[in-house]
Ligand binder design. Sequence first.
Ligand SMILES: [Zn+2]
Length: 280
Amino acid sequence: MGAFVAATTTPPATSPPVSPPKSPSSSSSAVPIVGTRLVDGLGRVRGPLASSYVFREGGKTYLIDTGFPGAATPLRQAFRSAGVPLREVTDILLTHQHPDHMGGAAYLRWVTNAKVACHAMDAPAVEGRGPRLAPFVIRVLFPRHPVHVDHVLKDGDTVGPFTVIGTPGHTLGSVAYYHSERKILFAGDALVSSSKGLDLPSRYSNFDPDTAIDSVERLAALDVRSIFCGHGRPVLTNAGPLLHEAARRLSKMPEHKWWTLAGPEGHPETHPDLGALLPK
Ligand SMILES: [Zn+2]
């Protein structure tokens, strides 16, 4: 009985005030991060092979690359964990036409109504009406999952806070997205990142390795603090010296056009014996 009385007694005036529960959006002045936090407004979502990045700024949510077709699960989980509806994605920015970067775009455009952006040189392949520039094995293993391109980009265009930097070489329409104010660069597959530094992707995946090296030199001319590649570890700070070192190292490499197997489908000079095996 005494315990009952105590439980209904008014708490003493000295009890600390109880704060109302905070929603994710009110926990700080920053927007909720979707994925593993990298910097303010930016999270990384790792897919089966490539990473996608979710950048939130100015009331918009930018998804940089989408992963393989059918690989939306990690993205859905990341949005759910952050308490952010997937439909808040406003822009899907594709760095290039390879399926580990654009394969999920059709599904994600459908469920979000986001606008898809891609460089003009890769747009035909992304829309399923042009030859794909990808390693033979990739083309065989991954059938097309075309998506409509709402914004056909060219070098120097602006998309939200980003400047489109053409980085041809890996594919002809490869681009990086550069946030000059934040000094953030999304490099796609113009570079890969590892504990050894920045480098070109696998030699067999580049359509024109020499042009890809020229593109690295172009990226090295930018004022960059953080660089986020499609593959490999994020570089949060001090990316500029790494970019310069990569450009210097790669520029000294010998001619290596012959490395590539990433020619267009049916290209007679690149792989004359393989064209007949390609899926139509
Ligand atoms: Zn690629």
